[in-house]
Design a protein around this ligand. Sequence first.
Ligand code: PSU
Ligand code: MN
Length: 303
Amino acid sequence: MIEMVFSKEVAEAKAAGRPIVALESTIITHGMPWPQNAEMARQVEADIRAGGAVPATIAVMGGTLHIGLEEAELEALAQVKSAMKLSRADLAVCMATGRIGATTVAATMICAARAGIEVFATGGIGGVHQGAEESFDISADLRELSETAVNVVAAGAKAILDLPKTLEVLETLGVPVIAVGQDEFPAFWSRESGLAAPLRLDTPEEIAAAFRMRQALGLPGGQLIANPVPAADEIATSEMAPVIATATREAKEKGIRGKAVTPFLLGRILELTEGRSLKTNIALVRNNARVAAGIAKALVNKA
Ligand code: PSU
Ligand code: MN
């Protein structure tokens, strides 16, 4: 068995069988600048508690896998500049060499499942990048959804990705993509993408029942719960399109590749929108945390 360090709050919740929601750390170290990243992380944890569940932010510190961070650890992680960005491929090397690493959606799913946590809230998932037919850049998040039994609550995927291809790959991999409260697949900053979501369920109880049915059928993998950004916080697709086009062109010109692509694009989009994208990003993560808490509660009732 691998050594896992649980925060005090998560250890108590586990012992009492209370609902727990996992949170990723790459969004903190590579997705947002300091100090907004630390503030977002604290707020999202508070939202999960307000929703009746316990937050478990996941990261590797000094090679040790942490399930839930104490306040000082969260603050320290938010200021670290050298954290590795951990996906399925890098998690073990980071732990074996005693380094500090932030977990992406894929790695957070792996760690949450090992810790017995079935729900995870984030902003957006990785997917098939624009131009993937040339670059082959497809996030390991997609395959993880097909392998690891965790409900991932996200606001869809960013338009830095090729959304139709991302949905096609998820279908090929057998991942249920379930929109909440609308028929369309949401596009992160915007509620609409112009693409129909393959499935729709509007209550946490139905989402929990679908997850339990998958387990009963012996199907591996999780569910992608696509929760649209609140209307008051959304930025229209038409407004984001030129910004995304500029950032994508710059990434190509600079020869940005591999793991560096997503952090580069997120950083440039933030600069180009003068922080507006960040405000929306924080609002949608908080909204996902609230929905995730509801699903975690429903799953405890259907254990
Ligand atoms: N998309 C976002 N914000 C993020 C990420 C994706 O809108 O912070 C992060 C997540 O941690 C996700 C990772 O798992 O980027 C995907 O990286 P890649 O495309 O290199 O697989
Ligand atoms: Mn990639």
